[in-house]
Design a protein around this ligand. Structure first.
Ligand SMILES: NC(=O)c1ccc[n+]([C@@H]2O[C@H](COP(=O)([O-])OP(=O)(O)OC[C@H]3O[C@@H](n4cnc5c(N)ncnc54)[C@H](OP(=O)(O)O)[C@@H]3O)[C@@H](O)[C@H]2O)c1
Length: 289
């Protein structure tokens, strides 16, 4: 089974590296071609000149792209070539868009899965991601084998779109959780606690500790906002949640507030930085004495 990968950003690069090291990756493509050239040199995997060319050389196509616009552009561009092929779409995008694209892929003779990722870049390197799969159940076992090069849990959530709805459940929670963590962290530091001690407490001993506090509390303590998950992606996910909540008629006061806060983080220039930089909003608006 020949595997092609489109999108060599933070996550795509590392997923590609895992597959290439296992000898499973055949061809890659990235919009900014220098990244694909570099990947090709480092891992000895062919760099395709277009997404259509990549499709011709693949039985399974993985896409790890930024957002709705990117995925729509790429999947529609692939339609003439998807017949008999499997498309595994791993980006976090709007579920209704993904469902529409899956129907188009089916109409063109292919099969599409939504398979969004839970976990950060570090977890890809450790092969500890969780992948939430939506799509036809038959064929899921084959997908599981392929994704096992990068994920420790691959969960079948239901028909097309259900992988993405499960992903929204996760990001609603971590979006609001990290905002609340920044609020708590800032109060702790302002009260005179040593930031390192607050970080250690939140990461290891707090009754609200989690894999997310383990990752993000040290980033707040050191104000090292090197990107694991960009603020703009968290804002994008909370915007998708906002839209879907309107459609479903569910109240989302916590994540709606978090969305406003992440917009403020972007407004102070931290859009590309890790979303734990939300701590800077609390720090900035704290009375100096
Ligand atoms: N980072 C995480 O921790 C994490 C965790 C879970 C889920 N996710 C989700 O996974 C997806 C990828 O995340 P990431 O962190 O890897 O993002 P990223 O570093 O921003 O990479 C985005 C990729 O999409 C490509 N792209 C953007 N717009 C495009 C377009 N119009 N046409 C074609 N390609 C386009 C980019 O190509 P260029 O190189 O040309 O810009 C790049 O390869 C996102 O949906 C994100 O929400 C991320």
């Amino acid at each position: 089974m020949r595997i092609g990968l489109i999108g060599l950003g933070v996550m795509g690069w590392r997923i590609g590296a895992n597959l290439a090291k296992a000898g499973r990756l055949h061809v890659v493509y990235n919009r900014t071609s220098v990244k694909a050239e570099q990947f090709s040199r480092e891992y000895g995997v062919r760099n395709a000149e277009s997404i259509q060319r990549l499709a011709e050389e693949s039985d399974v196509i993985l896409t790890v792209l930024a957002d709705d616009v990117a995925v729509q552009e790429v999947v529609e561009g692939l339609l003439p070539k998807v017949k008999g092929r499997i498309l595994v779409e791993m980006s976090t995008i709007s579920p209704p868009l993904s469902i529409r694209l899956a129907e188009k892929v089916k109409g063109a003779g292919g099969v599409m899965y939504d398979a969004p990722l839970v976990g950060t870049s570090i977890m890809v390197e450790q092969k500890k991601l969780t992948v939430l799969v939506g799509g036809p159940e038959e064929g899921f076992q084959n997908l599981k084998e392929l994704l096992s090069h990068t994920a420790s849990a691959i969960l079948y959530m239901g028909p097309n779109g259900m992988g993405l709805y499960a992903k929204l459940v996760n990001n609603l929670l971590i979006g609001a959780y990290v905002a609340a963590m920044a609020e708590a962290f800032n109060m702790g530091v302002r009260s005179g606690l040593d930031p390192e001690k607050v970080s250690e407490f939140l990461a290891k001993y707090s009754s609200a500790r989690s894999p997310t506090s383990e990752l993000k509390a040290p980033k707040m303590a050191t104000r090292d906002y090197s990107t694991q998950f960009a603020t703009r992606h968290m804002r994008k996910d909370l915007e998708i949640i906002d839209k879907e909540a309107q459609r479903l008629g569910v109240p989302i006061p916590m994540s709606a507030l978090a969305l406003q806060l992440y917009r403020m983080v972007e407004a102070i220039g931290l859009s590309e930085k890790d979303y734990s930089s939300i701590f800077e909003i609390y720090s900035k608006f704290t009375r100096s004495s």
